[in-house]
Design a protein around this ligand. Structure first.
Ligand code: NZQ
Ligand code: ZN
Length: 400
């Protein structure tokens, strides 16, 4: 196990009716005389009534606020820049994001860009330089998936350059996050499945590690994965199953607040490869991950069969085969079958990518996006991947 320091300061307000506390919490955390940005996406919070209850709760507490809606899935740099201008003009010192991961990520990028001393926001993403300051962000989560409600990360797409980049700074961990499983009842089946796929991948990116002696985090990862696999199908049968949503909502947050990644080298190659797909084809992140992950597992299997066999046995209950390779392959098959049961795509074609014409371009972007000297920076750690490897994985993802 490697050394680590862990500090996760987000107040986690979990359970039924908890959104009713949003006015009280914003008033407490933003302080008197603050102007707050209320940030949201499309119409889902207006349809569900959450927009009205949030606005009323803020007004009841005398919180002054300005609004910016219109965040789209795979949130865009243009709206972030508009938000930064609005916040500077209005003197905003606190941001409340009400929505899914895209809204929260857009809020974090705005929070990182308001102070001009931090420099240009996109340059911050490209260079990964630390922030001098950030405006505090809080969230009311409507879609359990990204874990952004308790993570220091944000992912933004610049349509002009075609890049989708992640950025992280501890100053961006939300000060509080309200997670009420009842707010997930309105999610359509494809968003349920995308969210489940994303949170599982956040665990895979930590679980598939070369660091030895990580028994505690291995066990936590396996337990949370089993919980997701047991509860997620119940939501497709009944999207108003509170108990199943409570498990999935809890899982989505712990999958990515880094508790499960402590003391171990992490991978993140599947996320890197998926971000290039969604940057170009604008597919849902969780759907892209369901296509890339089994292909990545098949690619690393010859060298990494022992860990994949452990995954197969401890997560899917696959009986040990004659060899680790055989057990590992059965685990990959079980994962693919689970994705299919959830209605997720498992091939490039099902994802809406008809041919391999842009594989090479996406693979190059995945390894050159942050390179300053034109040399490839490999994706992943469990098995380092250069552009040729990534093209091979995209090709494997053309078939189950
Ligand atoms: O825009 P509205 O109308 O709100 O509709 C949204 C959107 O169309 C809808 N939705 C959200 N809550 C709903 C709902 N519909 C009905 N009922 C509800 N309760 O769902 C659609 C998708 O929302 P979005 O926020 O885009 O989904 P998600 O939470 O999966 O976020 C995906 C984004 O997060 C990034 C992804 O790359 C992608 O850009 N990620 C962020 C991470 C982070 N910050 O740490 C890590 C992740 O790995 C990921 O990369
Ligand atoms: Zn993700």
């Amino acid at each position: 196990m490697e050394n680590f320091t862990y500090f996760c300061p987000t107040h986690w307000i979990f359970g039924r009716d908890t959104q009713a506390r949003v006015g009280e919490l914003v008033a407490r955390f933003a302080g008197k005389n603050a102007t707050v940005l209320l940030h949201f996406g499309g119409n889902s919070i207006k349809r569900s009534g959450l927009y009205d209850t949030t606005v009323s709760a803020l007004r009841e507490r005398g919180v002054r606020f300005v609004e910016l809606g219109g965040v789209v899935p795979n949130p865009r740099l243009n709206l972030v820049r508009e938000g930064i201008r609005l916040c500077r003009d209005a003197g905003v010192s606190f941001i409340l994001a009400v929505g899914g991961g895209s809204v929260i990520d857009s809020a974090k990028a705005i929070a990182a860009g308001i102070d001009a001393d931090n420099g240009d926001i996109w340059e911050t993403f490209v260079s990964r330089r630390p922030l001098k300051t950030a405006v505090p962000v809080a969230t009311v989560l409507t879609l359990p998936a990204t874990g952004s409600e308790m993570s220091p990360n944000t992912v933004i797409t610049d349509e002009a350059s075609g890049y989708k980049l992640g950025y992280g700074d501890e100053k961006l961990r939300p000060v509080f996050s309200i997670v009420n499983p009842e707010l997930f009842f309105t999610l359509p089946p494809d968003q349920i499945a995308n969210g489940v796929s994303d949170m599982m991948s956040h665990i895979f990116e930590r679980y598939f590690s070369n660091t030895p002696h990580c028994d505690i985090t291995d066990g936590l990862c396996e337990s949370v994965l089993r919980t997701i696999i047991r509860n997620a199908p119940c939501l497709l049968e009944n999207p108003e199953n509170y108990d199943a949503w409570a498990e999935i909502g809890f899982a989505g947050t712990v999958a990515h607040n880094n508790l499960l990644g402590l003391g171990r080298e992490q991978d993140w190659a599947c996320h890197g490869m998926e971000h290039e797909i969604s940057a170009i084809y604008d597919v849902a992140h969780g759907a892209g991950l369901a296509v890339v992950t089994p292909a990545w597992m098949k690619f690393v299997l010859p060298e990494k069969s022992a860990k994949l066999a452990q995954f197969a046995k401890n997560v899917f209950g696959v009986p040990a085969g004659t060899t680790d390779s055989e057990t590992a392959q059965a685990g990959i098959n079980a994962l693919t079958a689970f994705y299919k049961k959830m209605g997720l795509p498992t091939t490039m074609r099902e994802l809406g990518i008809p041919d391999a014409s842009r594989f090479e371009e996406m693979a190059k972007k995945a390894v050159l996006g942050r390179s300053r000297d034109g040399n490839e920076i490999p994706q992943g750690n469990f098995r380092k991947l250069f552009s040729g490897d990534i093209v091979a994985i995209y090709n494997l993802a053309q078939h189950d």
